[in-house]
Every structure is written in C-alpha cells, then in structure tokens.
Design a protein around this ligand. Structure first.
Ligand code: EPU
Length: 429
C-alpha cells in the first residue's frame, strides 16, 4: 500500500488547479442511466471513486469511454467521459461493489425510473456514522415504488413507471435529494420536494438533467418542482469546481503561511468556509482566475464553528479546519451536526501533539505552539487530508498510511502541493 511522506515547515507558494467536484461527478455519472443516449461529462477528476463507479455502471451494461488528451490540454485538465447506457442489461447492484462506495446505492433511482425495477445491496457500515438510507426509500415510495428488503438487498419495483408525488424530507439529505430528483424526472406527473438539500452539486446535477430534457424548477433551493417527462436525451456537461478541494487547499495555505492562487475555484460555492478563514486571519481575494489565499506574518486566530447543510460550513471541511485550529493562538470549538461519528481524525491529530477534547458532538481545540511529525493513518477521505494539513507544519517527518483514502477524493494531491514548495512524496508499495 502506498504511503505519503511529508517533512513540514515550508510555506506554500504558487498555483494549484482545482479539479472537478467528486460529489457532482458521481451523481452525474449515475444520471447517465436515465437515458439511452450518450452523456458526455467534461472536467471529470481522476479519482479512485470515479474509476470504481465506472466498474459499477459497467455491470449494468453501461459503456464508459475515456477521451484522450486534446491539443492545448494541460496536465491537470480533467478527463472527458463518454457514457452510454443504451441497453441496461442488469438491474442488480451487488454487495461487493456497493459496499465499497456508498454513493453507488444511488443507482436505485434511475434504474427503477427507467427499467421499472432495481435490486441494490444495502451499503452497510461506514466509517463516519451509521448513514441509513431510510429517506431515500421514503422518496421512492412517495413516487409510487414498492420497496422490499430481502437478504440485505433493497428491491424497488414500479412496473408501470414511477408517478409524481410530494416528498417532504424531515432532515436535509443530499443523497435523498439526488434520489428524489432522479426518480421524479421520469415519473408521470408533477413532484414537489420540500426541505431539499441546496448543495451546489444538486444544482449541477439538475442543470445537466435540464439539458437532457428534464423539467425542473428550484434546484439549489429548499423547494424543487419537477414535471416528469417520458424520456430524456443525451447531452454534454462540464462538472463544476470542487468546493471541498478548494477549501482544503485554502486551509493548507492558512496552516503553512504563503500565497497560493487556486485556479478555477469558485468562491461563492464555499463562502461560509472562506468567512471562517478570514476570521482566522487569512487573506482571501476572489479574482477572475479563481481564489487567492495568503497568510503572511499574522498567527492563526481561534474560531467557533458548527457544521450545517449548504450554505452553512460543510462537514466535509470539518476535519481540515480542526487540523488548522491545532495551531491557533487560543481555543477553538467545532461542532459536527451532520454525521454523528465524524471525529476519527481527533486521535490521529493527537499523535502530532495536538490538544483536542471531545465532548459529544463538540471538539474543543487548544492551540499548541508546534506540532511534531508522526506516523499516522485515517479511515476516511477528509480525515486523511486533515493529517496532511497538520504534517505540512509539523517538525520533522510524517508518514501518512492508507493513502487510498486520499486517492478516492483528491486528484494528485502530492503533485499539487509539491509544485507549491511542500516537501511531500508518495512512497509506493
Ligand atoms: N440520513 C438519514 N437517512 C437517509 C439519508 C441520510 O438519516 O436516508 C442522514 C445521514 O446519516 C446524515 C445526514 O442525513 O446524518 C446527511 O446525509 P446526506 O444524505 O446529506 O449525505 P450523503 O448524501 O450520504 C453526501 C456527500 C458526503 C457529504 C454529505 C453531506 C456524496 C457522494 N457524499 O453524502 O461527502 O459529507 O453529502 O454534505 O455526495 C465526502 O465526500 O467525503 C463525503 C462524505
């Protein structure tokens, strides 16, 4: 298994290109199941999760062709996927595939919408909490699907097609909203989704669905209205910039000091996180090219932050902010409200000498004057990258184990950071 070796102490200076968003790419690829025409996705990041979803879709009979480089393409330009679900040959998503990536459960909605049936394994355990799928199944039931659980599989049936309905989510859920949207676009009649997730990735998927011929109003707001259509066409769509990758590198610069241009970043996608960084003493400037992040001289001021659905502070940046606050001049408080168990990074950050106390869903972080490198590992993607952020200022050497978590969601992390002066390398094997 690969490891990443980091020697801390270098400020970051230069440019980092921001990739397409993982959490938009995955549902966009899944949306390809809704049409027998080709869907072309541009700016797709090269990530392990994308490759795995290609395999999962392949199992349903979907052809995925990865376009080659074009003249003028830079080394960091995203890939172009040509996805064709002309004939769906299998409506079953087996356990050994779904258990490796939770988002693959979402194939259930387009499969039942287009084929009238789906058999999808329940995703099983997850390092960041229980993460049930009850609200996804509620959405499908409200669209007329019959749902049965048998042998660890969800069987969803709608032999005469889904029909429009009212879906009121008792709590905001990204996965539930994707499911409701992908079911409703091919349902007969009108659907209203209330308390929908407003995450930019939902709006990006809805934009693509509209280009495919879907009739959707209000995506990106808590109330989405959909008028079902009989069929959808193919289209070409460019995946939006990854706001979590953007926030992660902004926090890395905040940690090390320095001056970095995040090329292609879209600040409006992560305003809450940028506000917190400004409060912590970081200079942020939006430009035509993206986002310029600087911290020169001034120390890191402590903050109090609670995670929340968009437009609040994202749970996917909670671990990275905690790493940053280990070096603040004072005591910070971070409360996690989205996932009940998303604190695995706390004990690993302690290995650098961080002073963090956990009390229920709140972590209290007393800033320390220095961190020291250590061998560390983490059990999820965002926790892993928080360890990289700590390592970038830790004295001496850090070895980050289980790098495959990073490869799931960060494209060429070590190349992007070393191009800005970090002492970081991948050790294969
Ligand atoms: N929930 C339920 N029942 C359900 C569905 C969700 O109780 O049927 C709960 C969850 O357990 C959680 C809360 O609702 O407590 C929110 O879950 P949500 O459905 O919004 O999360 P998700 O769709 O499973 C996506 C991202 C996550 C991100 C969350 C929150 C993708 C592929 N995943 O997950 O990203 O943290 O939204 O923004 O889009 C990551 O990229 O590292 C990651 C974990």
């Amino acid at each position: 298994m690969d490891r990443i070796r980091i020697v801390g102490g270098q400020p970051l200076k230069g440019r980092i290109p921001i990739s397409g968003a993982k959490n938009a790419t995955l549902p966009l690829m899944i949306a390809s199941l809704l049409t027998d025409e080709p869907l072309v996705l541009e700016n797709v990041p090269r990530l392990a999760d994308v490759a795995l979803l290609q395999r999962i879709l392949g199992n349903h009979g979907v052809d995925v062709m990865v376009g080659g480089k074009r003249p003028g393409d830079g080394e960091y330009d995203g890939q172009t996927l040509h996805i064709s679900a002309k004939r769906i040959v299998d409506t079953t998503a087996p356990y050994d595939l779904v258990s490796r990536m939770r988002a693959s459960f979402w194939v259930i909605a387009p499969l039942v919408a287009r084929m009238g049936e789906a058999k999808v394994s329940l995703p099983g355990g997850c390092a960041i909490g229980t993460r049930p799928v009850d609200l996804l199944l509620m959405a499908l039931r409200n669209l007329g699907a019959e749902i049965e659980i048998d042998g660890g599989y969800v069987l969803a049936r709608a032999p005469h097609g889904l029909r429009g309905g009212e879906i009121v989510f008792p709590k905001v859920t990204v996965s539930g909203t994707h499911t409701a949207l992908m079911g409703a676009v091919l349902a007969k009649g009108a659907t209203v989704i209330e308390n929908a997730a407003c995450e930019p990735e939902i709006a990006d998927v809805a934009d693509c669905l509209v280009k495919m011929g879907a009739r959707i109003k209000g995506a990106g707001t808590p109330r989405i209205e959909i008028e079902g259509v009989a069929r959808l066409d193919g289209t070409r769509h460019r995946v939006l910039a990854d706001r979590i990758e953007t926030g992660t590198y902004a926090m890395a610069v905040a940690m090390t000091g320095g001056d970095v241009m995040l090329d292609g970043a879209r600040p409006e996608l992560l305003q809450a996180a940028l506000d917190v960084l400004v409060e912590a003493g970081v200079e942020i400037a939006a430009t035509n090219e993206g986002l310029r992040v600087q911290r020169n001289g001034a120390g890191i001021a402590p903050v109090t932050v609670t995670t929340a659905p968009f437009p609040g502070f994202p749970t996917d940046l909670q671990a990275q902010l905690m790493a940053l606050m280990t070096r603040a001049k004072g005591t910070s408080r971070i409360t996690e409200t989205i996932f009940e168990n998303r604190f695995m990074h706390v004990q690993e950050l302690a290995r650098f000498g961080a002073d963090i106390r956990l009390d229920g869903e709140t972590a209290t972080i007393a800033g320390v004057p220095r961190l020291k490198g250590a061998p560390v590992m983490a059990t999820d993607l965002r926790a892993s990258v928080s360890l990289v952020i700590a390592a970038l200022v830790a004295e001496g050497e850090t070895l980050v184990n289980r790098v495959y978590h990073l490869d799931r969601g960060f494209e060429r992390l070590e190349d992007k950071l070393s191009a800005c002066g970090a002492e970081i390398e991948r050790i294969s094997g």
